[in-house]
Design a binder for this molecule. Structure first.
Ligand SMILES: *Cc1c(COP(=O)(O)O)cnc(C)c1O
Length: 405
């Protein structure tokens, strides 16, 4: 397997991008789906923004600085425009701001504004918790949940919004975005896709699927840094009509007119609420630029090749794969069910193989294609085999749960 891994690395057209990341020695990082690693350019970029733009430019940096740089005021749109092609959107349909959670609240409100007279939001049980919590937090909304194989049957003319996560965070299962969007539109519902585990990892074409709304995460496959701003998409055809509940001054048509009356800005700019976090936005921009430079086509091909190679390497182990077997039907991850998944994940981490655990019994391994090598995959598989064979995971030290798993 090791020789085959080396051959695959030698033939990998994007192998050299690994050097653009700062990865610690002795670590095989299979958790880029939870927190992407540090791009070397982001460290440089943050230094420059801190020293030149904040330190020297001070408040002048909100506008473009004479020698270039600054222009902080335009960052949400600029970064959104760079994310747009990664998910099949037009540049002016995406904006970077706030967290996924906050954007969900805004876009659920936007969906209701586009579909007056309806108040049901349909989703699936076991969706990412914040997606469900944000539905439950809207007092005028009635939540309806349906299992995925009954989702289309659960759509009727009471449904204002179908809110689904494209790639399931736990199992890696992927919804057919085009098919579900069409089914929702057939009953007059709006569709909101959560792309947190999709953007930068799997093919996404929001406009090809005719999606209405979407949100996605900045700190996973886009490598924007811990707590990076998220992004939100509103299809151009809705730009004239939607409103959203968090009507802050940055979403005003003329924030610096300091008017008493709220008047929404054009298009997705209306989604802004308050002042953007400039340092976090700069790190996100740098992460997105790197993913865009590598290109989605090459990333998707390698993502599939890496996870398929891992399956080959562990074919002889007694493992219960819960992710779909067809790589085109899953995200860039493999999830295995094991009664002692937590202890297993801890034993692997002790060996430098960082994956994660998702309650109650899932060992989740992410295969972010921008920096992983096939030799890492073979090594990770070898460690997993040894941890299982030796029963090493049964040690007491691997049983205690930390606050973040
Ligand atoms: C990671 C993730 C989020 C994160 O939400 P935040 O508000 O940014 O913490 C939301 N939804 C899904 C599906 C996720 O995977």
């Amino acid at each position: 397997m090791m020789q085959r891994a080396r051959d695959l690395d030698a033939a990998d057209p994007i192998a050299h991008f690994r050097d653009r990341f700062d990865l610690p020695e002795g670590v095989i990082y299979l958790d880029g789906n939870s927190l992407g690693p540090l791009p070397k350019a982001s460290r440089e970029r943050l230094h420059q923004v801190i020293d030149a733009e904040w330190g020297e430019g001070l408040i002048r940096s909100w506008n473009e600085l004479p020698g270039g740089g600054g222009d902080w005021i335009a960052m949400p749109q600029r970064v959104g425009a760079k994310i747009a092609p990664l998910v099949g959107a037009k540049p002016h349909e995406v904006i970077a701001c706030d967290s996924v959670s906050v954007n969900l609240a805004k876009l659920i409100g936007a969906a209701l504004s586009l579909n007056p007279g309806r108040n049901v939001v349909l989703s699936e049980p076991g969706n990412f918790p914040t997606d469900l919590y944000m539905i439950q937090g809207q007092s005028q909304v009635e939540q309806r949940l349906a299992e995925r194989d009954q989702m289309i049957d659960a759509l009727d003319e009471d449904v204002a919004l179908l809110l689904l996560t494209h790639v399931h965070y736990k199992t890696g299962e992927m919804f057919d975005m085009e098919r579900l969007t069409r089914a929702a539109h057939d009953v007059g519902a709006i569709v909101l896709w959560d792309l947190s585990h999709s953007g930068g990892a799997v093919p996404v074409d929001v406009n090809g699927a005719n999606a209405d709304l979407a949100v996605g995460c900045g700190y996973k496959y886009l490598n924007g840094g811990p707590g990076a701003p998220a992004y939100a998409f509103v299809a151009e055809r809705h730009h004239g009509d939607f409103s959203q509940p968090l009507t802050g001054w940055f979403g005003h048509a003329q924030p610096f007119a300091f008017s008493d009356e709220y008047e929404p800005a054009e298009g997705v700019k209306r989604l802004l609420a308050g002042t953007p976090p400039v340092l976090a936005m700069a790190a996100l921009e740098s992460g997105v630029e790197l993913i865009a430079e590598i290109g989605m086509e090459a990333l998707v091909a390698k993502s599939r090749a890496l996870s398929e190679f891992f399956r080959e390497c562990v074919a002889d182990l007694d493992l219960d794969l819960v992710s779909p077997r067809d790589p085109a039907q899953r995200g860039s991850q493999l999830s295995f069910r094991h009664a002692n998944a937590y202890a297993l994940s801890q034993a692997l981490i002790a060996r430098g193989v960082i994956g994660d655990f998702r309650d109650p019994d899932i060992l989740r391994l992410g295969f972010a294609p921008a920096y992983l090598r096939f030799v890492d995959i073979a090594e990770a598989a070898r460690h997993l085999a040894q941890v299982l064979e030796t029963g090493e995971w049964q040690r007491d030290e691997f049983a205690t749960r930390a606050a973040v798993t």
